[in-house]
Structures are given as structure tokens and as C-alpha cells.
Design a protein around this ligand. Structure first.
Ligand SMILES: [Zn+2]
Length: 466
């Protein structure tokens, strides 16, 4: 199978030039001007368009039993939506219940994806408890190519681990060269504040923010990074939402703590006034950490521009507005958390980042693809355009104009948090290892084409822990 993409303007995190790309089999075989194609090659004319490396969403949920229900997407619907949106690799959070072993959890999540995904995928392994049996299982799963863990400092009683478990997880990660991704919020503060608000009759979606204000997140970041400092583990803060939390990460970095930061497209574009909308509509906008005061958006955009924040993800977690969000109609703590956005991350980031002049094209590619590949052991197979890399490519038409709507989306959920938002540009053609999966913005790919990506561990840092 050969594919020739002609005359596109290739943009990576570091380069920009016009050339043809010849893909043979799964990988990029040639890059140059006026390439000639062997007979039988499919030729795509990318004149006037950008060619980006396939985008990577390093934080999604596809299979998620959570808060008494299940998130709506499957790998079939989720990978289709991802590809239409230009995302060719998903890293999903594998989140076993505390009652489940790490091994059972990993097998369960893997089974949801294998043979059912149209795009490539990998997992962060949720460590939702840690004992001697867990440790042996984690070592075995890391050897199978899962080189990142996920820990929750929030969600008391569900996924959350205690400080002893956190310490032991980070020690093991440091030994193995595994990156620990972390949900940072102080679970005790949240639980106490939730009780107080409910006792005072404050039950509506807007109270979600009051139960977990920025200080609660900043404490979580500080807490994790104190443990990282003393164990030497490499860490990655997921879904950072506010200036207070970013300040803690930057301070830790200055002390030598290894920490990368992810923010979400939702925090860059939505603010807490959405969750304050009347008649329970605010429930569409409930996620954790919560949407923040608008003043945080500029802090996050500047963080991307200046390299303080490495990645933009989605934390995609779709729950229907009509049937599932109402589980929390009388109690905001029971609203299933999540704002679906897997399909819209790239077009929104391009529209409000690049086209609006907030970030340049290289930063756009870096935060939406290259950095995720580098953080999680996929670079340069993924995250850039070069000889030998996987031919995951996005031919992007910057002149396209469209409008986001739940009526036309591929995500399997009954609303869009960005309903009616205009977008500039869209992925016209998307390839998965040399095979066209999206043409004219429509899915033409193959369920089962996606592969599990085994990822190597990092070389263990030579500097000793303190
Ligand atoms: Zn998440």
C-alpha cells in the first residue's frame, strides 16, 4: 500500500516547508519535491493545505464505569470521532475499581480496545491500590509496554489512594523509569466542603466549583510534587486548570522536580459561568477540576506559549445530558463528571489558538502532538513527520469554515459543550499508518486498524532521590 501526499505545507514542532510525502506500508518512506509515485499509488493533492503529524490525545476515557454509570463512547465511536477531529493516537486512562487487581483492570481495558479501534491507542495504568501483590503485577504490565501510571489524589473511596500507596507507587515508578500521571485535588477538602454545601441546601451544578476551588487543586499539585521530590519520580499533572496550580508546578520545577503539565481545551475556552447556567444546564459543564474563573484562560494560553505547559488534552468523558447528568439533579456531587471534546480539540485549538494569534503553528503541533509523544515514549515514531515515522498524517484545510453541533458530531453523546461555536479549518484527510481513515472530513477508515502501542520506559535518572 503506497500513498503520496503532494504539495502540502508540512508543519512540525520545529519545521515548515513545502514537499511531497511518500508513505509505503505503515511508514513515511520519502519526503521531497516532485516525488514520483509507483503505479497503483493513491495520490492526494494537498496544495494550499497544511500537513501536520497525527495529533495525540494523551488523556481520554472511552471505557469508564464511573459514578454509577458508564461513559457513552466505545472504541468504535470514540476512535471514529478522534480521527474525524485529526487525532490519530489515543492514550486512555485505565481505571480499575479498588476491588479489582491491576492485572484484571488492564486486561479489561485492553479487551475494550483490541480489534475495535480505528486509530492507535495506549494506556496509562491506573494504580488505584498498592500492596505487595499489586507491585508484582505492575512490573509485569510495564514490561508489556505500559510505561505510565495514573494516580488519583481525589475521588475518595473510588479510585483514590492514600499517602502510603502514593509513596510506594512513586518509588516503584522511579525505579522502573515510569512516568506517573496524577489527578491533583485534595480529596478530604472536597469531601468536607461537599457535605457543608449540601447541608446548606446548595445542590445545583454551580456548587461543584465551590466544593473544589483553585486552592484545593494547588494543594494536590504541591502534595504530589513533594512526594516526587523525595522519590525522584517523573510526574505529569493531568488536567491542570488554574494559575494557583500552575504556580506550584513551576515552583517545584525550580527545585529540580521532574514534572510536566497538561491542560485541557475546555479550560482554555470555557469558564465557570457555563456551569452556573440555569435549569440544570450547568450540568453539561461539570467536570473535575471544575471550569474556573475566566481570568485563568490567559494564564493557560501564556503557559502554552512559554513552555510552562506541555500538552493540551481533552479528558474526554461523555455522559448524556438527558439520561445521565440528571443522576445529580438533586445533588451536584452525583452529576457524572465530564465534558466530551475528543472530536473538537484540534479545530478549537487551531481556531482559538493559531487563527486568533495566541500561539504559533509550531506550538500548536508541539502541544497537541509532539510533546505527548515525547512525554510518553512514542517519539519519533509518533508526533512528527520524518523518514521512518509512522505515516499518521493530517491534511488540514485552513480555509474551511464550520460550526460545532451535537447534531453532526460522531461522538456518541447527546450534547456538545461547544454547540454553535464557529470553527476555522478542519482535517480534510487523515491517515493511520499510511491508510486513509478520513476523506473530505468524513470517516472512511477501518475498525480494527488501530493497534496497541507498546511504549518503552525512560532511562532511569542518574541523579539520586533525596
Ligand atoms: Zn481523566
Amino acid at each position: 500500500m503506497t500513498l503520496l501526499i503532494k504539495n502540502g505545507e508540512i508543519v512540525t514542532a520545529s519545521d515548515r516547508y513545502t514537499a511531497d510525502i511518500l508513505c509505503v506500508g505503515d511508514t513515511i518512506a520519502q519526503i521531497g519535491r516532485e516525488l514520483t509515485a509507483p503505479a497503483g499509488t493513491e495520490v492526494i493533492d494537498a496544495t494550499g493545505k497544511f500537513v501536520f503529524p497525527g495529533f495525540i490525545d494523551p488523556h481520554v476515557h472511552i471505557y469508564l464505569p464511573f459514578m454509577g454509570t458508564y461513559s457513552k463512547d466505545t472504541y468504535e465511536t470514540g476512535s471514529k470521532a478522534a480521527l474525524i477531529g485529526g487525532t490519530t493516537t489515543l492514550i486512555e486512562m485505565c481505571c480499575p475499581a479498588r476491588s479489582m487487581s491491576a492485572e484484571e483492570g488492564f486486561e479489561l481495558w485492553l479487551a475494550q480496545a483490541e480489534g475495535k479501534s480505528a486509530c492507535d491507542f495506549s494506556f496509562h495504568l491506573g494504580v488505584t491500590r498498592f500492596d505487595d501483590a499489586t507491585e508484582a503485577q505492575l512490573r509485569a504490565i510495564v514490561r508489556r509496554g505500559v510505561s505510565s501510571f495514573k494516580v488519583f489524589l481525589a475521588y475518595k473511596g473510588a479510585f483514590g489512594i492514600d499517602d502510603t500507596e502514593l509513596y510506594r507507587t512513586l518509588k516503584l515508578a522511579a525505579e522502573l523509569g515510569v512516568v506517573v500521571t496524577a489527578h491533583c485535588e485534595n480529596e478530604t477538602l472536597i469531601a468536607e466542603r461537599q457535605k457543608e454545601l449540601l447541608a446548606a441546601g446548595k445542590i445545583d451544578p454551580a456548587q461543584h466549583h465551590e466544593s473544589r476551588p483553585p486552592t484545593v487543586e494547588a494543594e494536590g499539585v504541591h502534595h504530589l510534587l513533594t512526594f516526587a521530590e523525595l522519590t525522584g519520580a517523573s510526574t505529569y499533572i493531568v488536567h491542570l486548570s488554574c494559575r494557583e496550580a500552575l504556580a506550584e508546578a513551576v515552583r517545584a520545577r525550580q527545585r529540580g522536580v521532574r514534572v510536566a503539565v497538561e491542560t485541557l481545551i475546555q479550560y482554555l475556552l470555557l469558564d465557570k459561568s457555563y456551569a452556573e447556567r440555569p435549569d440544570f444546564e450547568g450540568a453539561k459543564y461539570v467536570m473535575s477540576p471544575p471550569l474556573r474563573d475566566r481570568s485563568n484562560q490567559a494564564v493557560l494560553w501564556h503557559g502554552l506559549r512559554d513552555g510552562l505547559i506541555q500538552t493540551v488534552a481533552t479528558d474526554h468523558a461523555p455522559f448524556d445530558f438527558v439520561r445521565q447528568k440528571p443522576l445529580g439533579r438533586e445533588d451536584f456531587t452525583k452529576i457524572p463528571n465530564g465534558i466530551p471534546s475528543l472530536e473538537d480539540r484540534i479545530t478549537l485549538l487551531y481556531t482559538h489558538g493559531v487563527a486568533a494569534g495566541r500561539i504559533d503553528l509550531h506550538t500548536f503541533v508541539d502541544v497537541a502532538s509532539t510533546q505527548a509523544a515525547k512525554q510518553f515514549g512514542l517519539f519519533p515514531r509518533k508526533g512528527t513527520i520524518q523518514l521512518g515515522a509512522d505515516a499518521d498524517l493530517v491534511v488540514f484545510d485552513p480555509k474551511h469554515r464550520g460550526v460545532i453541533s451535537a447534531k453532526t458530531q460522531a461522538m456518541n453523546v447527546d450534547y456538545s459543550a461547544f454547540e454553535g461555536w464557529p470553527i476555522q479549518g478542519r482535517p480534510d484527510v487523515v491517515t493511520v499508518r499510511g491508510e486513509v481513515a478520513v476523506r473530505d472530513g468524513k470517516f472512511v477508515g477501518r475498525i480494527g486498524r488501530g493497534q496497541f502501542l507498546a511504549r518503552p520506559t525512560r532511562s532511569v535518572p542518574s541523579a539520586p532521590a533525596r
